[in-house]
Design a protein around this ligand. Structure first.
Ligand code: NAD
Ligand code: UDP
Length: 333
């Protein structure tokens, strides 16, 4: 019988908590590892087995794998804030790269066969001619966060070649939105991501949204990103689990909607969805931001059979607004 035991490393975080919900909906048995550095105890689903600890601690991981018969690790735990990584690169290389090494060491020692890894569009740097990014495009990160994730991809690839481990690397573009229940959503402290900050401004928790630069090489001068709903991301992971169990080989996919929106377009759409004025002003560029990041997601659609359900950014923002209205202070209450 198929082993449906999955470990979500980082399951108390934004994407992790939605992943856990999807796995439970699909009748997987879920174990969560998290050190709660950026995640929330309240975001951990009561139906999972939770181990509080750090993925850089191999003894801790060995103990988890000895207790649980894990078939696949979904490796989501990492630090992921671009501007913070520009200020403190070592924090990123320590947490992200060492975390990957220790996790793989423990997987090898405990014969865990599969890993699905949360990689990122930030591994690509500034794509040439701002074209849609496909899997084989050059990876040349322009910030330490993206560099740490590229290093993690490479470490995982080499380790899989000399051990009985297969991987699927999923390079997310901009994860956004929230579960339609309004019970889980994005809650980072401090919040740095665009859509939740726009929601805070719409809700009156922040006076003005700063748009970081309007002199980029884009039609309206503001950065263009590919916003993909969190539930569609979670679906892709389920397909990745099935891929690993069926094909017993490794692969890499870009996950985005393949449509780009500028910062100004996001703000305008949010005004429409929320009916609020949303004060915005142009401010300085934020270091480390590429002009345009939009995915070519043909490969994921073709090989995994992935079909994002949220195909317009208005619906994505609506779910983020629903979360803001049902939990204005995030998980704090
Ligand atoms: P998050 O900060 O909300 O979640 C990360 C979780 O990992 C948190 O619960 C945190 O406590 C935990 N964690 C961090 N370091 C740990 C460690 N050493 N040991 C144990 N637990 C640890 O971030 P998120 O937005 O949910 O992102 C999840 C993953 O997706 C990250 O790997 C990130 O790089 C990747 N990603 C995110 C986006 C995005 O748009 N949010 C885009 C591309 C890739
Ligand atoms: N951004 C902005 N103001 C903010 C937060 C973000 O203008 O208060 C811009 C940021 O410069 C980037 C885009 O919004 O161009 C998306 O940023 P986010 O941090 O959400 O994701 P990233 O693309 O860095 O992963």
């Amino acid at each position: 019988m198929e082993n449906k035991n999955v470990l979500v490393a980082g399951g108390a975080g934004y994407i992790g908590s939605h992943m856990v919900q999807k796995l439970l909906d699909d009748n997987y048995h879920v174990v969560v590892v998290d050190n709660l550095s950026t995640g929330h105890r309240a975001a951990i689903n009561p139906k999972v087995t939770f181990y509080e600890g750090d993925t850089r601690d191999k003894n801790f991981l060995d103990n988890v794998f000895e207790n649980e018969n894990i078939n696949t690790v979904i490796h989501m735990d990492a630090f992921s804030i671009v501007p913070e990584s520009m200020k403190d690169p070592l924090k990123y290389f320590d947490n992200n790269v060492i975390g990957m090494i220790k996790l793989l060491e423990s997987m090898v020692d405990n014969h865990v066969p599969n890993i699905v890894f949360s990689s990122t569009a930030a591994t690509f740097g500034n794509p040439i001619n701002n074209k849609k990014i496909s899997e084989d495009d050059p990876q040349d990160p322009i910030n330490p966060y993206g560099e740490s994730k590229l290093m993690m991809e490479k470490i995982m690839k080499w380790v899989s070649q000399s051990n009985d481990i297969n991987y699927v690397a999923l390079r997310y573009f901009n994860a956004s939105g929230a579960h339609p229940s309004g019970k889980i959503g994005e809650d980072h402290h401090p919040e740095t991501h665009l859509i939740p900050i726009v929601m805070q401004t719409a809700y009156g928790q922040q006076e003005v949204l700063k748009i970081f630069g309007d002199d980029y090489k884009t039609p309206d001068g503001t950065n263009v990103r590919d916003y993909i709903h969190i539930d569609d991301l979670a679906d892709a992971h389920i397909l990745a689990l099935e891929y690993l169990n069926k094909n017993k080989d490794s692969n890499t996919f870009n996950l985005g909607s393949s449509t780009g929106f500028s910062v100004k377009q996001i703000v305008d759409t949010a005004r429409k969805v929320t009916g609020k004025p949303i004060n915005a002003k142009i401010s300085n560029r934020r270091p480390g931001d590429p002009d345009v990041l939009v995915a070519d997601s043909f490969k994921a659609r073709n090989i995994l059979g992935w079909q994002p359900k949220y195909d317009n950014v208005e619906d994505i923002i609506r779910t983020a607004w629903n979360w803001k209205q049902s939990s204005p202070e995030g998980y704090e209450n």
